[in-house]
Design a protein around this ligand. Structure first.
Ligand code: ADP
Length: 739
């Protein structure tokens, strides 16, 4: 079967079936065409129709092109005309025809639906008759028609028109003339596109934009409100508006700001409103809004019994009213009311727009309140620093310094001006590098507080100025970060003193190390010649003892004795110098075990003296066990050595918890010490007795002191002659988790 030839009119007819509602599959089956083919035809046809209406720039032919293009040869065939009518009827946009005399010829189904009018009732009527209630709409249409009769072709214009339910729709009107059989303009075909949604979106955006600008330029709501009310009324055609708020002083609701069109009666109505204070309650217009947080719409103010000002409003020529809340979340901060001179039906869009603006205002009020609170807390903070030598500073969200109190310049001699408006890291600090600043900046970006951030700046004479600043982040009521505030202090003096101390300490450490080295080397090297003296005197004694007289023998005895003592001194000195150099790491050790070890070394002395040694339960301490054993051994040995002649030594090793450390005490019942020697006895070679009374070199306590210093503890004595002595020392506790 040869494929059927499709002319434009036949194609249009097929497309029409679809527009009239027949399913696409059924159409394709019936005409044996592919769905893709059908869709292509539909697309082409609709595009052609659209072009006919929307091409005001084309040279006028006096014809609507798509009618004539349906088929060149079938121009006047009844079939083509039928198809065209069917098409128009099925179009989803309102379409109508008008004769050259301005009377309507017909319209499609969509037109009927749009205006809510039966088409029969409008055929034969002029635009004036159709829009009798809205003469300005009729005039605008009329003017457009006149223009077309003069210059045939197409025309388009926007116009708000009233529709059946009384509401206003924004329309985009397209009109095109068509020619009669004689080729002259016979009438026009028009279509309407509803652009209400777009129009309203634009309007809403414009109002919101204006409100945002007004709020951002105003310090208070009161300053912004008249402009906001005007923006709303002017762009939407309402006659007046007012803001209401709770006035805690007056104990009721008060009308704050108003705006109205130029009309003395409306102005008087608003003036009366401003004078009344309403007690809280749920009746009335504004009170209902404030009480429920919901908008209220009154179609006719004169009819509403609960609306107390309704009569006055009606007398001022006002008809419809609506009011909506100004809110912040659930909180109702106030209300806005608007009045119209004509009857207005509840309009959801209008209410939505109003509520959005109410929310904008609510946020603004909350922000202003938070700013006020922030300012007063800042004032308190600033006040605190006024009495101290520190200064106060503030930074904004971008970390730029916005305020530095005058104390800064007074204290440092540095001009604050170059720092204002800049970030801390915009100016160099001699002690800080890129990485330090980066760390500081990261901390600020995390909105963390910071403490004692030290900077070395340069003073007016190029002198170093050390600053220490601490700051805390500032957040407003909504939790938004608003910057930093804090204090600063001049630490130049402290830094200088620290530097001097550091130098002195370094010097001391150096000379100590040198001394230690010297003591070690000296004592070590002295041993050799000493050994020589010792061995040669022994040799002399052995070989020549017979040849020596009594005096010489006695002198020999002194030499041997001196050499022995010197040997002891050197050994003690070596032991002393080793305390500092050979120290091990401090680690947890059982003091009990260490004491036992020390007592083993003292067994002979203990037995010989009949000493009685007791002790408390001893704790675990942080120590070098070898040194600690030496310490305990020296103290217990002294306690035995310096016993009184009357009774055997009684020695007690006690311990007490002194907070962060242990305080040990080795107490004896010996001879005691005079208070003026309490410090001296801890020095090297310092003794209070002759060797004949009590043997020794005077180095034992010096070693104890050094041992304790290595443990970062303290050692001291309490005693009185004849009353025994008590040697105290402290050791740090073992921290949890240290082991
Ligand atoms: P040494 O015991 O060799 O004399 P130390 O440095 O141990 O040297 O002691 C210094 C001095 O302190 C002693 O000579 C003594 O006078 C005094 N001393 C030390 N311990 C006691 C004690 N437990 N009781 C009385 N005096 C003491």
């Amino acid at each position: 079967m040869p494929a059927r030839q499709w002319d434009p009119a036949s194609k249009a007819k097929v497309v029409l079936e679809g527009l009239q509602g027949r399913p696409e599959t059924a159409i394709c089956k019936r005409h044996s065409i592919k769905p893709s083919e059908y869709r292509l035809w539909r697309k082409q046809l609709l595009a052609k129709i659209a072009r006919s209406f929307a091409s005001p720039g084309r040279p006028s032919t006096g014809k609507v092109s798509f009618f004539s293009s349906l088929g060149k040869d079938t121009d006047k065939s009844p079939e083509a005309l039928r198809v065209a009518r069917g098409l128009i009827e099925a179009l989803p946009v309102p379409v109508y025809f008008k004769a050259r005399d301005g009377k309507h010829l017909g319209a499609n189904k969509a037109w009927e639906a749009y205006f809510g009018v039966e088409r029969e009732s409008f055929i034969g009527k002029t635009v004036q008759e159709l829009f009798s209630g809205a003469p300005e709409v009729a005039a605008k249409h009329q003017a457009a028609d006149e223009e077309l009769w003069r210059n045939p072709g197409t025309r388009s214009y926007e116009l708000p028109v009233p529709v059946h339910d009384g509401s206003i729709r924004y329309t985009l009107n397209y009109k095109a003339t068509f020619a009669g059989d004689d080729g002259r303009v016979a009438g026009l075909i028009g279509t309407i596109i509803d652009i209400t949604e777009r129009k309203r979106a634009e309007q809403r955006q414009a109002i919101e934009h204006r409100v945002t600008r007004l709020l951002s330029e105003s310090e208070t709501v009161a300053a912004a409100m008249p402009g906001i009310l005007a923006a709303f009324c002017e762009s939407l055609g309402w006659a007046c508006g007012a803001r209401w708020s709770m006035d805690p002083k007056a104990g009721g609701f008060r009308c704050e700001e108003t705006w109205n069109v130029d009309d003395p009666e409306i102005a008087a109505f608003l003036a009366a409103s401003r004078e009344t204070v309403y007690q809280p309650g749920n009746a009335g217009f504004i009170r209902r809004v404030l009480g429920t947080g919901q908008p209220v719409w009154i179609v006719d103010v004169a009819d509403d019994e609960s609306f107390l000002r309704g009569k006055q409003a009606a007398a001022a020529g006002l008809r419809s009213a609506f009011a909506l809340p100004i809110r912040l979340g659930d909180q109702v901060l106030g209300a806005m009311e608007f009045f119209h001179r004509e009857e207005q039906l509840p309009d959801q869009w209008l209410l939505d727009t109003g509520v959005t603006i109410g929310n904008q205002i609510g946020h603004f009020m909350a922000r202003k309140q938070a700013e006020g609170e922030l300012r007063s807390s800042e004032a308190r903070f600033r006040g605190l620093t006024a009495l101290s030598s520190d200064w106060y500073w503030e930074q904004d969200e971008q970390f730029r310094l916005t305020f530095i109190s005058s104390r800064f310049a007074e204290r440092t001699g540095v001009d604050a001006a170059p720092y204002l408006g800049r970030k801390r890291w915009d100016q160099p600090a001699l002690n800080l590098g890129e990485a330090d600043w980066e760390r500081h900046r990261a901390q600020l970006e995390r909105h963390e507080p910071f403490f004692d951030f030290e900077m070395e700046r340069t003073g007016p004479e190029g002198n170093p100025v050390w600053l220490s600043v601490s700051g805390e982040p500032v957040f407003d009521q909504d939790g938004r970060f608003r910057g930093y505030r804090g204090v600063g202090t001049d630490i130049t003096e402290r830094k200088r003193a620290q530097a001097v101390l550091r130098a002195a300490y370094d010097e001391l450490a150096r000379s100590n190390a040198e001394l230690q080295q010297f003591a070690y080397v000296a004592s070590h090297d002295l041993q050799e010649p000493l050994r020589m003296i010792g061995s040669y005197t022994q040799l002399l004694e052995r070989r020549y003892i017979d040849k020596l007289d009594q005096d010489a023998r006695e002198f020999m005895g002194f030499i041997v004795d001196g050499a022995t003592r010197m040997k002891q001194l050197i050994e003690d000195l070596l032991a002393y110098s080793r305390v500092g150099t050979r120290g091990k790491e401090l680690r947890p050790v059982q003091a009990q075990i260490v004491l036992d070890k020390a007592l083993v070394n003292l067994r002979a002395a203990v037995e010989h003296s009949g000493a009685e040694i007791t002790h408390d339960p001893l704790p675990e301490v942080n120590a070098d066990d070898g040194l600690l054993a030496q310490l305990l051994q020296n103290l217990v040995a002294n306690a035995i050595k310096f016993r009184n002649k009357e009774e055997p030594p009684r020695i007690h090793v006690g311990v007490e918890d002194a907070g962060g450390e242990w305080r040990f005490a080795v107490a004896d019942n010996g001879i005691g010490i005079e208070p003026q020697y309490f410090e001296r006895i801890f020095m090297v070679f310092q003794r209070l007795h002759t060797r004949d009374e009590y043997p020794g070199t005077g180095i034992g306590l010096a070693i104890c002191k050094k041992v304790i210093e290595r443990h970062r503890g303290r050692i001291w004595v309490e005693s009185a002659p004849g009353k025994g002595s008590k040697f105290y020392f402290t050791l740090s506790k073992v921290q949890k988790g240290q082991k």
